[in-house]
Design a protein around this ligand. Structure first.
Ligand code: ADP
Ligand code: GN1
Ligand code: MG
Length: 369
């Protein structure tokens, strides 16, 4: 928990207008510390602001990261304006600090940033109806097509090898060997599951190297709650959490959404009998994502979408297991076996996708027109 004095110091370095009514933790992200601030401005009402302490354990170069976000959001703002959209609601707006910088480094060395709060919109932690999931698919697909001409060489790699599953596998094996918390003996079945799926850890890297899958500017963290859905129109309006926008594979953006949103249970559900990959939701998302990408995906990419889903799910489970073995230093956890529970749901999903593999491919081919 961050102390109040530090929060006061941070807030005093921004030019927020009005009197502060509220400052409280917000959202359910696993990485940054997010606060909702509310300011009362006479004759204008209450203005909400998002204040975030960036996780510098995860993002080692916060200044470069903010440079990415400033560049990407100003590019998106222009595109959205050209297309007749509302850039205030359809992309993030960074609030500069009093010194004109997009971040503030506090006296303890933490990096903070502030965004305009996008009102009357929600980032859902679970799929409540098909239409919301479809809208999130459209939004993530559109995000990719809007950034299709973005000069990728301008982007810093905010986390090296973020979705390099082969490199993730090597880190996992090292965590098993070192076993710093003596937890490996309790998770032999999960370790075995990863070892049996080593081929999956290599396949996308090989397809990229052979030119079968092109590198694009992608979001790389396409969880359902990273897109805000308008409370009134129910349209997916704004893709948020831009920390991981980097060159990547389109099928990974697709896959990360599937592992989270097409699951019939929460990411940390303990009762694995509740976890399946729902083929109806898979179809809903496939239809929306292909439409949102607006003809940018190649035939090979569309055909490889089910593979993206399987690999991203395996990778995420492997990352949770690695973090569990390393002592829960990366993802925020609420109890000691939280990462283990998360890893188990992912592996259950991979097994379920294996059973439904033919159906997944048939669904994708229906929309490959
Ligand atoms: P994390 O990397 O920890 O997931 P996010 O940037 O996704 O952090 O923010 C956490 C949550 O805060 C989001 O899921 C969303 O609910 C909310 N949020 C973030 N930015 C905004 C914004 N500009 N307007 C409204 N809500 C936001
Ligand atoms: C993290 O930041 P958040 O909660 O949207 C993680 C993703 C994982 C996800 C698992 C930067 O996403 O890669 O898939 O948790 N983000 C980072 O829930 O590691
Ligand atoms: Mg998030």
């Amino acid at each position: 928990m961050i102390n109040q004095y530090l929060l006061k110091e941070v807030i005093s370095h921004f030019d927020f207008v009005g009197s502060l009514l509220k400052c409280e933790p917000y959202g359910s992200g696993h990485i940054n510390d997010t606060y909702l601030l509310e300011y009362k401005i006479p004759h204008m009402g209450v203005v909400p602001i998002i204040l975030q302490r960036m996780n510098t354990n995860v993002f080692k170069k916060p200044v470069e990261l903010m440079e990415n976000i400033m560049n990407v959001t100003s590019f998106l703002r222009e595109k959205i304006t050209e297309n007749g959209g509302d850039p205030e609601r359809e992309t993030l707006t960074v609030i500069l600090n009093k010194a004109g910088k997009p971040y503030y480094k506090d006296s303890e060395g933490n990096y903070w940033r502030a965004y305009h709060f996008i009102t009357c919109a929600t980032g859902y932690d679970e799929v409540k109806c098909d239409e919301d999931f479809y809208q999130s698919a459209l939004a993530f697909g559109k995000f990719q097509s809007l950034l299709a001409d973005y000069p990728a060489e301008k982007l810093h790699e905010t986390i090296p090898d973020f979705h390099n599953t082969k490199a993730r596998f090597a880190v996992f094996k090292d965590a098993v060997e070192k076993d710093v918390c003596h937890r490996a003996k309790d998770v032999q079945a999960e370790i075995q599951f990863v070892l049996e799926h080593v081929d999956l850890a290599h396949v996308l890297g090989d397809m990229q190297a052979s030119g079968e899958l092109p590198l694009r500017v992608t979001h790389n963290d396409t969880k359902l709650n990273n897109v805000l859905i308008d409370d009134k129109t129910h349209q997916g309006i704004c893709v948020i959490d831009l920390d991981t926008v980097m060159p990547g594979l389109a099928i990974n953006d697709f896959g990360d959404s599937i592992r989270f949103g097409a699951s019939t249970g929460a990411e940390d559900e303990k009762d694995l009998s509740k976890i399946e990959c729902d083929m109806h939701l898979f179809e809903v998302y496939t239809k929306g994502f292909i439409k949102g990408c607006d003809g940018r995906l190649t035939d090979e990419e569309i055909k490889a979408l089910p593979l993206g889903a399987k690999v991203m799910t395996l990778e995420c489970g492997m990352r949770f297991l690695t973090d569990y073995l390393q002592g829960d230093t990366y993802f925020k956890t609420k109890y000691p076996t939280h990462n283990l529970d998360r890893c188990r749901t992912q592996f259950k999903l991979v097994s379920d996708m294996e059973k439904k593999w033919d159906t997944m491919n048939e669904i994708v081919s229906k929309y490959n027109i």
